[in-house]
Write a protein that binds this ligand. Structure first.
Ligand SMILES: *Cc1c(COP(=O)(O)O)cnc(C)c1O
Length: 355
């Protein structure tokens, strides 16, 4: 069997959830497990986060997977329903939905359902992605209040710059202004806002990336935030090559040795989710020792410098990210963010839950 695997630590998930709860002690924590639990496996993530007050997902089939596995908490579809035919199932399984468009409201008003559905009404506070403009909010709420298919209502916003120097002051003010006349529970904060802005905690917080042990804030490492890495992405060396000075490596010959260099060829490529944009020098760990990638990442393999690790040979363990090198550091070397790398771990990589 190919030696690649991603090991998911359930205790690290539990720990990171406890961090979220301790940072926002007055709020209920909704664990965001969209995109297959940020690449960790939906049911692995849910298992480690089973003490969360709710789960947020994207699609109905994810919601049903959680219900079938026995989760009784609030389950919120972050973009709501996509078509009218989903509503009876949403109702039957007591799934909560975001409502962000007039189109969705029309469909809700015209549906005949066995009972009402819980709504998170989305306000557009300046991100201009989903939701109603603040000046439309009163009329939209009035419409939902008289809709027979609407059960309880939560008011929801989402921040575009909670992780950046711009912060949240302006959108938070916009939200408060538009929501102040209404006595509904509120849900605002993502991980970055949860960690940086207690004033945004409200009734619910929606924690995503921090639960997987990576930092939502550029200037703070995950460790500094008290978070533990959840995924350890590992493989092995399957070939060893020795380059003489002047010899080159891999596609495009992107690396040329200036001295005798020992190279390990690792069973992990971009088809496994390792970023092809990772530069020469991306941190990677071989036999527990920090070293660097060299050359271009191929579909199924990548190269590591093992010149300084004489014991490294075929079969030696490699950590692409996890305990010894953080996914944040690899993401930085590839010009992206941890979210993208975690979500991109390919279906062909076996996910193994560990305590
Ligand atoms: C994905 C998502 C979150 C979680 O964001 P993180 O930055 O991962 O904490 C919260 N709210 C909404 C609406 C989202 O789509």
């Amino acid at each position: 069997m190919r030696p690649i695997q991603a090991t998911i630590s359930l205790s690290a998930l539990e720990h990171n959830l406890a961090v979220a709860k301790s940072k926002a002690p007055q709020s209920k924590v909704m664990a965001v497990v969209k995109a297959n639990g940020y690449g960790h496996g939906l049911l692995n993530a849910a298992k480690g986060l089973k003490l969360a007050d709710g789960f947020a997902i994207l699609c109905l089939d994810e919601a049903l997977t959680l219900r079938s596995a026995g989760y009784k908490q609030t389950i919120l579809m972050l973009e709501g329903f996509f078509s009218a035919d989903e509503l009876p199932t949403i109702c039957e399984y007591a799934i909560s939905i975001v409502v962000h468009s007039h189109k969705q409201i029309e469909i809700l008003e015209n549906a005949s359902l066995a009972g009402p559905i819980s709504i998170h009404l989305k306000m557009n506070t300046g991100m201009n992605r989903l939701g109603f403009k603040p000046h439309d909010f009163d009329s939209v709420l009035a419409r939902l209040q008289t809709c027979k298919n609407v059960a309880d209502i939560t008011l929801m916003g989402h921040f575009a710059t909670a992780d950046e120097s711009l912060g949240i002051a302006k959108p938070l003010e916009v939200f408060k202004q538009a929501a102040q006349a209404h006595q509904y529970p509120q849900s605002l904060a993502n991980s970055a806002a949860l960690l940086r802005f207690p004033e945004a905690h409200a009734d619910w917080v929606r924690a995503g990336i921090m639960l997987y042990g990576t930092s939502p804030i550029a200037e703070d490492s995950a460790a500094k935030c008290g978070l533990k890495p959840v995924m350890q992405f590992t493989s092995e060396i399957i070939s060893v090559q020795t380059l003489e000075a002047g010899e080159s490596l891999g596609y495009g010959h992107r690396f040329t040795a200036t001295k005798k260099t020992r190279i390990g060829v690792v069973a992990c490529g971009y088809a496994d989710g390792y970023p092809r944009h990772a530069t020469n020098g991306t941190p990677i760990v071989v036999a527990g020792k920090l070293t660097q990638t060299l050359g271009r990442v191929s579909m199924d393999m990548l190269f590591v410098d093992i010149t300084g690790i004489p014991g490294a040979e075929i079969g030696t363990a490699v950590e692409m990210w996890g305990k010894h090198v953080s996914v944040d550091e690899v993401a930085q070397a590839a010009g992206t963010i941890s979210y993208e790398l975690l979500c991109a771990v390919a279906p062909r990589v076996p996910l193994k839950a560990s305590s």
